[in-house]
Design a protein around this ligand. Structure first.
Ligand SMILES: [Zn+2]
Length: 284
């Protein structure tokens, strides 16, 4: 979820990564010793998403997928990002966890804080007790969205918009190719929002997400995850409202912006893409 954090520090470590990780055949995936099967399933989905994005974005970025054990995470992931939080390092490397972990468990919505219907969906989607692995595995596709933004040369207007766009891309890929997998991400996102204890949220405003982006990602990962769940839920609403064609128009519109726009101007550009986008964005 986190692009471009302390890149220079990361790079010196990333160069070493392939010396101890194993490559998955001739693919772009590298994995820890015991994570081959995990790498296969994440890589297969990522490759399909890559083909889908490439089919209408008109660029082809190069990237590598790292599926890491906790031990390898310490060596090769961003040093301040908790094990389990997917991230992109700005140099084509998508980093995800191979194993279920404390971060996922801690952020699994507590069933007794959920409505009966939400608790039922949680159990149906993630098992009982629930494991969020199928949700977090899909986030490699969110990270791929960052790679495409970078390759296409998109100007980063706002952190929240960059993140929301990646979630819209993930949702659009699923809706257009694997509708049945939408619950894997959306049930978690909506349940997390429903059950998250408000006293554990340091920040909730959109402008805080923008201004405290690095602080949130490194010091308040649960709070950061809550924002991402909000973005996932909104991404679903936006896709439902504007459809694939609207998403393509949004992508091309953002790509056409060559300078940083002030808030009001940026809002007007976003609202001009589709009335449905205006409605969802105004609901924050
Ligand atoms: Zn992200």
């Amino acid at each position: 979820m986190k692009p471009l954090l302390i890149i220079s520090l990361f790079l010196s470590q990333a160069c070493l990564a392939q010396e101890s990780l194993m490559q998955l055949g001739q693919t772009v995936a590298w994995h820890s010793a015991n994570a081959k099967n995990r790498a296969i399933s994440i890589q297969e989905e990522l490759q399909k998403a890559d083909q889908y994005f490439n089919s209408w974005m008109g660029v082809q970025p190069e990237y590598q997928l790292y599926v890491l054990s906790p031990e390898d995470w310490k060596k090769y992931a961003h040093p301040q990002i908790i094990y389990g939080m997917p991230h992109y390092n700005g140099k084509g490397q998508l980093i995800v966890a191979a194993e279920d972990n404390i971060f996922w468990k801690r952020n699994t919505p507590s069933l007794d804080r959920l409505s009966q219907e939400s608790a039922k969906q949680m159990k149906e989607t993630y098992g009982n007790p629930p494991s969020l692995m199928s949700a977090f595995d899909l986030l490699a596709i969110h990270e791929l969205g960052h790679v495409y933004q970078q390759k296409a040369g998109m100007v980063k207007q706002r952190n929240w918009l960059n993140e929301l766009l990646c979630n819209i891309l993930l949702h659009t890929y699923l809706a257009e190719n694997h509708k049945e997998r939408i619950p894997n991400i959306l049930v978690f996102a909506k349940s997390n929002i429903e059950a998250f204890p408000p006293d554990r949220l340091k920040y909730t405003a959109l402008k805080d997400f923008d201004e405290k982006y690095n602080e949130l990602g490194t010091q308040h990962p649960d709070n950061y995850g809550w924002y991402q769940c909000q973005f996932h839920a909104k991404a679903g609403d936006i896709y439902d409202s504007i459809g694939e064609e609207g998403v393509k128009k949004l992508w091309n519109t953002l790509l056409s912006l060559k300078t940083l726009l002030p808030d009001e101007e940026l809002n007007q550009v976003l609202y001009s893409v589709h009335p449905g986008l205006e409605k969802v964005l105004k609901e924050w």
